[in-house]
Design a protein around this ligand. Structure first.
Ligand SMILES: C=C1C[C@]23C[C@@]1(O)CC[C@H]2[C@@]12CC[C@H](O)[C@@](C)(C(=O)O1)[C@H]2[C@@H]3C(=O)O
Ligand SMILES: O=C(O)CCC(=O)C(=O)O
Ligand SMILES: [Fe+2]
Length: 349
């Protein structure tokens, strides 16, 4: 059952009302320490929050939207030139390589400016530099926001080095991505029989957790995003809660790696997108990731007698291999459970 939408007012330090989505004012009206505590509570109890007064210029978002909309408005054959998603590039309906499908088309770009420039030549053949500039400006701004959130989380968690998380995503060889999703109106794009053949059944983007460290999402004014509350894992009492659209805000969620780095203290939340029947939804998600060789292990401060190590150490490359081998809805972190017998890639490595 879907419960009524609920986005809380800026959180009081005392409570997070059940079923609500925390809202955090990033301008820190109550001071940095209080902001850090609020972020930790939001990411520990929900794994998800709405960030307002975030400091990302509206102009950067508008430029990205314009560049993305121009691309998605091109004829299908021209868009296919930027695909297939291998896993980067243009894709339509198919998500990943393991049989998942959704009512959307998308672009997945590596966030590195050199990679953006290479892909821009097929995305905007008239003026690739214009496309690259829009993406680079946007990525720069959202990376800064992600680093700020991660540093505050490091402080709020009392880490010896509060920059431990942000250093991973700001490394020059970070593996971060930008994904731009376009959900056309169901009626306008897909014949009824095509919908049933595709198996999408009203799902824009099926339920999943994001594998990386932190995801920073912005969308236009069309609803569709839902989060599984209260704890982001399947089980009795969890409910899909709609997240009302707000193009002026960012929606930020904890990824699997941040859950592993904090030994489960911060939770990677399950979310999905329902297909729109009225207007097209356009969203852009920055997936902040470490370099491929980065070793992901719970930080010592998060491992205690009462909270023993939950996941075995792994590299991001190892995690990615397991992630691409599984379906969208798979609980990938379970494959790396410290006491688990599972062998994520079947090699007993
Ligand atoms: C089915 C899949 C698509 C995905 C790779 C995967 O095998 C499992 C994780 C999926 C996901 C979800 C969050 C992001 O949108 C994404 C880019 C990512 O890093 O993991 C997608 C992957 C994808 O679409 O390639
Ligand atoms: O498009 C959206 O609003 C969210 C999609 C999503 O969760 C993803 O791409 O990982
Ligand atoms: Fe996601």
């Amino acid at each position: 059952m879907v419960v009524p939408s609920a986005v809380g007012r800026d959180m009081s330090p005392e409570s997070l009302p059940l079923g609500t989505i925390p809202m955090v004012d990033m301008s820190a009206p109550s001071g940095r320490g209080e902001l850090a505590r609020r972020l930790v509570r939001a990411c520990a109890e929900r794994g998800f929050f709405k960030a307002v007064n975030h400091g990302v210029p509206a102009r950067a978002a508008a430029r990205l939207d314009a560049a993305a909309s121009a691309f998605f408005a091109r004829p299908a054959a021209e868009k296919q030139a930027a695909g297939p998603p291998d896993p980067l590039g243009y894709g339509s309906r198919n998500i990943g390589a393991n049989g998942d499908a959704g009512e959307l088309e998308y672009l997945i770009l590596h966030a590195d400016p050199a990679a953006v420039a290479r892909k821009a030549t097929v995305i905007d053949d008239e003026d690739p530099a214009r496309f690259s500039a829009a993406v680079n400006e946007y990525v720069d701004a959202v990376r800064r926001l992600a680093c700020r959130v991660l540093d505050l989380l490091g402080e709020g968690l009392g880490l010896r080095d509060p920059t431990s998380f942000s250093r991973l995503i700001s490394a020059v060889d970070s593996d971060s991505l930008l994904r731009i999703n376009h959900y056309p109106t169901s009626a306008a794009t897909v014949e009824a029989d095509a919908i049933s053949k595709s198996g999408c059944n009203g799902i824009g983007f099926g339920e999943h957790t994001d594998p990386q460290i932190l995801s920073v999402l912005r969308a236009n004014d069309v609803d569709g995003l839902q989060v599984l509350l209260p704890d982001g894992r399947r089980g009795a009492g969890d409910e899909w809660v709609p997240v009302p659209a707000d193009p002026a805000a960012f929606f930020i969620n904890v990824g699997d790696l941040l859950q592993a780095l904090t030994n489960g203290r911060l939770v990677s939340i399950r979310h999905r997108v329902m297909a729109s029947t009225s207007r097209p939804r356009l969203s852009a998600i920055y997936f902040a990731a470490p370099p491929l060789h980065a070793r992901i292990a719970a930080l010592p401060e998060t491992v205690t007698a009462g909270a023993p190590r939950r996941y075995r150490p792994f590299t991001w490359a190892e995690y990615k291999k397991a992630m691409y081998a599984h379906r969208l809805s798979h609980n990938r972190l379970d494959l790396f459970h410290a006491s688990g017998e599972d062998d994520p890639d079947g090699t007993n490595s």
